[in-house]
Design a protein around this ligand. Sequence first.
Ligand code: F6P
Length: 552
Amino acid sequence: MAYTGSLTQSDAWKDLAEHHEKIRNIHMRDWFAEDPNRFHNFHLEAAGLSLDYSKNRVTKDTMSMLLRLAQEQDLSTKIQAMFDGEAINRSENRPALHTALRNFSDRDIFVDGENIMPEVRETVHRMEEFCWKIRRNQWRGYTNRPFTDVVSIGIGGSFLGPKLASSALKPYWDSRLSIHYLANIDGSHITEILKRLDPATTLFIIQSKSFGTQETLKNANACRQWFLDNGGTEDDLSKHFTAVSSNIEKATAFGIDEENIFPMWDWVGGRYSLWSAIGLPLALAIGIDNFRELLRGAHDMDEHFRTAPLDQNMPVIMALLGAWYVNFFGVNSHAILPYDHYLRSLPAYLQQLDMESNGKRVSIDGNVLDYDTGPIIWGGVGTNGQHAFHQLLHQGTHFSPCDFIMPMTSHNPIDNFHAMLVSNCLSQSQALLQGKSEEQAINEILATGKSKAEAIVLAPQKIIPGNRPSNTLYFQKSTPRSIGALIALYEHKVAAQGMIWGVNSFDQWGVELGKQLGDKVLGALESTDKGNDFDGSTNGLIQAFHQMQGLL
Ligand code: F6P
């Protein structure tokens, strides 16, 4: 039974629905023509980032109504509750305190009556010592040679954040260390990584909050065996294997020395854990000072999110714009388009952050929602996407709001590459806005020497409706500080959206069923002697596996 929640019954929601009817056929071109200051009127700055949101299907009235929606949902109180460490992850009875991991203020933060800040600072200090030892060759491999490679074994939040930040900050890497990420449970991936490495100079970091994730444990065991089969001994393991986990018992049972285990806490969600010791591979690559700068950038954004009025609050504005399209235009996807090679992992990172957080069908109280929540997040790096999926963005029957993300200066300013890259970014958002009218299309065809009759036939193929919304997020350069702010911006956008939609953005029960079924299916794949009682399709696929493996 659908639940009619307070959101769709709220005054602001009803006003927005009515307002949508009035403005849905107005072209943004007209608003730009009417208001020469539209860029300035729909523009925000925070923590070194700038947001141009003028190319959205909104007027000042729309924004006021959206802000009223946020107020009616008590957004400011909910934001405060998150920072204060209230157990806002209600289904797991936990706070969501990733902001404590980058709290450079003197505010103490309490969980169950205990100030967590000393332990947070102590962990960064331990990370610092560890990084110094590895980077200064004080901690070496079993043949006394310095480490050349670090393999980070982890998946989901224990992988995507460090992977994103380390590729975003590649110019800051210590060239003596290569970092490899092993996530997927795929014999080909682990083989491809290990075949290039020397066990004597390879350090492993097992990254798992639970230390119970199937993929991570399988990969970790295989790496351990590879190490032992290729020269290392049991006594050498402690030099080469470290872990980050909240499950010390399981990590020590695996064979990691307790002093080589960095802590994780229940009050940090996996997908929000980059800022904890899960960031260790990143800190090894870029150095602890740069890692601290990343934390500072995130802290700058935290302070903005915590204190800025809602109408000037960048994550809140982005959250409201997203909700406007999902709930009133019926849009179900959102494209992330970074124009920066170093940010190419951003869409994959945001898929977990957004879809695991807000891919929810019930409210935080367990009521089935009568409105849509988190959109499908997709995207890819510009300009590659322009030669692939942008066709659909411009002329498809669906429209997908886009975030264009662009540093204004490059780490590699060769020739006029960067101006060309930026020009592509700006012309894409411009094309989405402007489109191409029938008249323009006809004139363009006539200019090629075709007849009027031919032009009329061909024109519909060339017409581009435009009026397709986008944000442009820009900043000086991809630095640890700006990347910290950028990632925190999206964390807070997602949290604010979840708060408005009334869902719990900090649990992920939907991923559990597949894990539960996995063991039984594995048992069936590994044995041919008993019949299976799965559905017909699964039974058929298991049989195909047996046949193609030559087991039948
Ligand atoms: O995919 C589900 C999930 O629980 C994510 O939320 C988490 O980031 C990932 O698995 C890895 O979990 P762990 O760090 O406990 O291995």
